[in-house]
Design a protein around this ligand. Structure first.
Ligand code: SF4
Length: 287
């Protein structure tokens, strides 16, 4: 347990061993590798992922093959409403063991749907694995378009992927040239307002959470939180699907940085929540 990172059992640094999975995935390709492993080993029937064909405005799809998962690799510019597809994944696609990936706020919605299944009867118990991603803020499509086209001066059609890290928004082009960066101090005004009352950076309600912060380039930090998450990751490692190294628990760019960012988000958002309460404005209700 860590006040800043929520409940967890273990933190590791990991990456997919399959270079094809890693290419065009974010960082160590953990989410793609986990869903592929789940499908290929009968642990999951399929997973809800954000569709890749239209990265500019992603929407959730049910992925039931390795190819489906690979098509959805990498970052998306805006949030994909993955919770909205859960009922359909179970009732229309007939999945009995669903993999789910989402942002911290989506996992609050998912855990609420599982715990209080109003309108979700017989759905929550079909969720077989919950992966959370680190999320500091999010931009809607129009905002991201302005940042990429006007601030980074890159056409949306030329973008390979985007990333946020080291105080900058990184825009990678399909031509392989050096990424263009936009300082985060210029992106703040484009953030979704709901993100300013969000206190969870590391997806504290996941089976395991993952993101780049705290690990070297090309690797991902994995926070293992539940027994189910630990069994899943341990099997992947034992079967050679993930390579690992001990998490950097003391270095400047390691877990202390993750804790610092997480604490900073909590403190800032709690301040905003307090101010909203004082002014009689609505505030989020967590579990
Ligand atoms: Fe959701 Fe919070 Fe991320 Fe905003 S910062 S997208 S509210 S998890």
């Amino acid at each position: 347990m860590s006040k800043s990172l929520g409940n967890y059992m273990e933190i590791i640094t990991a990456r997919a061993t399959d270079a094809d999975v890693r290419s065009r995935s974010q960082d160590g390709g953990i989410v793609s590798a986990a869903f592929i492993y789940g499908i290929e080993n009968g642990i999951l029937d399929g997973s809800i992922v954000a569709s890749a064909p239209d990265k500019h405005n992603p929407s959730p799809v049910v992925a039931i093959t390795k190819e489906d998962i690979l098509k959805a690799r990498g970052t998306k510019y805006s949030i994909s409403p993955n919770v909205a597809l859960l009922k359909s994944a179970v009732r229309e696609h007939g999945l009995e063991k669903v993999g789910f990936v989402g942002t911290p706020c989506q996992l609050v919605a998912l855990r609420k749907a599982i715990k209080y299944p109003l309108g979700f009867r017989h759905v929550g118990d079909k969720v077989g694995l919950i992966i959370g991603i680190f999320c500091m803020e999010n931009f809607n499509y129009q905002s991201m378009k302005i940042l990429i086209e006007e601030y980074a001066n890159v056409s949306m059609d030329d973008v390979l992927k985007t990333d946020i890290g080291k105080g900058k928004l990184w825009v990678y082009k399909k031509d392989g040239s050096e990424p263009i960066t936009v300082p985060l101090k210029e992106t703040h005004i484009f953030e979704q307002k709901s993100c300013h009352v969000c206190t969870d950076y590391t997806s504290e309600l996941a089976d395991f959470s993952t993101g780049s912060v705290g690990s070297p380039d090309g690797w991902s930090t994995v926070i293992i939180r539940t027994k189910r998450g630990k069994e899943f990751i341990d099997k992947m490692i034992a079967d050679g699907k993930l390579e690992t190294q001990p998490a950097d628990l003391e270095g400047k760019g390691g877990i202390p940085l993750l804790e610092k960012l997480s604490n900073g988000k909590k403190e800032k958002s709690l301040d905003t929540i307090r101010i909203r309460e004082e002014n009689g404005l609505p505030v989020p209700k967590l579990l």
